[in-house]
Design a protein around this ligand. Structure first.
Ligand code: ASP
Length: 632
């Protein structure tokens, strides 16, 4: 019953993580710092317990202790297992007449009630030790007990092995947080952030500055949440990131800024996104790409949990063009091969119509990936053993078979996936198939991606602009409009802006983008040209920033790490919701409190706004539009 409980937590968090200096008792020496550093934080200072449940060991034998915790389990009215954040401990319920009231409390309190017990740490009788339980050599012989608060009927059992739906977990998040997994995730997150602060502020002189969350709408980037104000027609916006503020801090001479920053993006439902999320936001003056990259490599290495595979630095890097051509994405998962191969030359003289056609177009290519053991495990399209199952495949094999097999170096049981078309589209398609196939192969037991491995990668030399999705004739920033062009491409800004590379870099971990940043434009004239002429933005909205750049803005650059995603990858959690204490559901709702919620019309009056209720048809189309009834 105890196996697995808190062992993960202990493994990850018990290792000494830093030097904590403790004040010694005022009676001994008022306010004096102990010179001997303490490695383990004091967990029972200021509170009603003497020890935590999970910390008791043989070395505590004979000690009188007071514990506070939740009732995890009771057996035969003799044993009670008490739990706190540190673990479980077995408590002996007194059986003698004189302790009848203590027995009554401990036997009648429902599971998950909070109790305080006092007693002596004793060793378990020989043969009754539980080696799977960190406190398994001892038990606490209780003398007194107090029921601090009883627990009503539970919507689900807190014990990890009781499976529950995510909606139920989110609705009763305060109970879900009691699980050892959530405890581990949030505590590991706290420790990593602590180490990051230490690295940035104490070792490298960064200044932690808070920036506003009530801001105004700014051009470009993601959709923003708006907040009504009491001035008619005027709204604040919640910032997508502190981007402008951190640049203004550089102009203000803050020099090295960082913040654990809350960011808001109204982007709708995406599996690994949240409408509010946290970034480790960084900006430095007088820095180039190399400086930022080294800083981040050092930061991650310093804050990395000791029980995880170590982070090797420097991280490899790859250009955006190479990432697209080889992996079909700007965030390649480099833990496994199956790279995209350009086989256009093999098909130069093909007779197959659609291949001829594709190759005759501008940027026309034929590309392929080889899935090792794919023919064994996956549904077969093209097999290396000539057992073709489509007429096109047969024709291809007869014509280009030997050249193709030579180029792909595939074995008998491998599978080759082939596509023809415009370079970017063909690569993107194969990139997606590569990941799908990896999932399928792994579901069938082929190990491709070592779950213990952390594969970091810098992706660099992004284009400065991309064609707008909804209107490819216009340009939008690939990162954001404050990103500086690559010095070697500045001359192209006026002639072929779509060819300009940028000083934007992304950090990728195991195929997820966990950070991105850039060297910024610090020249007001260049910034104005990019905003006004190339991006067709209203520069009036950014006049404060343009003005600031004209007042002695230092050269500067920065980056932001997506903390939720990073912690999710480090802990191996299935979703970023599992590393956030109170996340929103997939649809952006807080299932516990029911936010967002209705506001009575009279409360909207001071803001001069009125709800225009969707029609039934609109509600049908978008179920997130609430029906009218809630006005009451
Ligand atoms: N503000 C940017 C973002 O949120 C990061 C950066 O450029 O520093 O993606």
């Amino acid at each position: 019953m105890f196996s697995g409980w808190f062992t993960g937590l202990k493994r990850g968090l018990a290792a000494p993580t830093g030097r904590v200096v403790r004040l010694i008792r005022p009676s001994l020496s008022r306010g004096l710092l102990l010179s001997a550093p303490r490695r383990v934080p004091e967990l029972s200072s200021f509170v009603a317990r003497t020890n935590t449940c999970g910390e008791l060991r043989s070395l505590h034998l004979g000690q009188e202790v007071t514990l506070c915790g939740w009732i995890q389990y009771r057996r035969q009215n003799i044993f009670l297992v008490l739990r706190d954040f540190q673990g479980l401990v077995q408590v002996l319920i007194p059986q003698d007449e004189s302790a009848a009231s203590v027995k009554k409390i401990l036997c009648e309190a429902p599971v998950e009630s909070v109790v305080q017990v006092s007693g002596t740490v004793v060793s378990r009788p020989p043969g009754q030790e539980n080696p799977k339980m960190p406190t398994g050599e001892i038990e606490v012989k209780v003398k007194t007990a107090e029921l601090l608060n009883p627990c009503k009927k539970l919507p689900f059992e807190v014990k990890d092995f009781m499976k529950k739906t995510e909606a139920l977990r989110l609705q009763y998040r305060y109970l879900d947080l009691r699980s050892s997994q959530m405890q581990y995730n949030l505590r590991l997150r706290s420790q990593m952030v602590m180490k990051m602060r230490e690295y940035l502020c104490n070792l490298h002189g960064f200044v932690d500055v808070e920036t506003p969350t009530l801001f105004k709408r700014t051009p470009g980037g993601a959709k923003e949440f708006v907040v009504p104000s009491r001035e008619p027609g005027k709204f604040y916006s919640l910032p997508q990131s502190p981007q402008q503020f951190k640049q203004l801090l550089m102009v203000g001479g803050l020099d090295r800024y960082f913040q654990v920053a809350r960011c808001y993006r109204d982007e709708g439902s995406k599996p690994d996104r949240q409408p509010e999320f946290t970034q480790i936001d960084i900006e430095m003056s007088f820095v180039d790409q190399t400086g930022i990259r080294s800083l981040i490599e050092g930061l991650l290495q310093y804050s990395w949990p000791r029980d995880k595979a170590p982070v090797g630095v420097p991280f490899p890097s790859m250009t955006f063009a190479e990432a697209l051509a080889t992996y079909g994405t700007d965030k390649p998962d480099t833990r496994f091969g199956m790279k995209i191969v350009d086989i256009s030359d093999v098909f130069r003289n093909t007779e197959v119509g659609f291949l001829q056609d594709a190759l005759s177009k501008p940027q026309g290519t034929v590309k392929a990936i080889c899935i090792p053991e794919g023919a064994e495990v996956l549904p077969v399209f093209l097999k290396a053993n000539r057992n073709w199952n489509s007429p096109v495949a047969k024709l291809v094999m007869e014509e280009q078979g030997p050249g193709l097999l030579r180029r792909m170096e595939n074995q008998e049981e491998d599978m080759v996936l082939l596509t023809a078309g415009e370079h970017k589209r063909a690569c993107t398609l194969l990139g997606k198939l590569r990941l799908e196939c990896a999932d399928l192969l792994e579901a069938r037991g082929v190990l491709l991606r070592d779950p213990a491995l952390f594969s970091f990668l810098w992706v660099v030399d992004f284009p400065l602009f991309l064609p707008k999705e909804e209107n490819p004739g216009e340009l939008e920033s690939a990162h954001h409009p404050f990103t500086a062009p690559h010095p070697g491409d500045i001359h192209l800004l006026h002639t072929e802006p779509e060819k300009v590379r940028s000083q934007h870099y992304d950090l990728v971990l195991n195929g997820s983008e966990i950070g991105g940043g850039s060297v910024r434009i610090h020249d007001a004239q260049l910034q104005r040209y990019i905003l006004e002429t190339l991006l067709k933005e209203d520069v009036k909205l950014l006049s404060h920033l343009l003005q600031a750049l004209d007042h002695g803005a230092p050269p500067h650059g920065g980056i932001a790490l997506g903390l939720d995603r990073l912690i999710c990858l480090v802990t191996g959690a299935p979703s970023i919701r599992d590393v956030i204490a109170f996340p929103k559901s997939f649809r952006g709702q807080d299932l516990m409190s029911n936010a967002p919620d209705f506001i009575p019309p009279e409360d909207l009056k001071p803001y001069h706004i009125q709800v225009s209720w969707p029609t039934d048809k609109e509600t049908e189309k978008n179920p997130l539009n609430p029906p009218r009834q809630a006005e009451s």
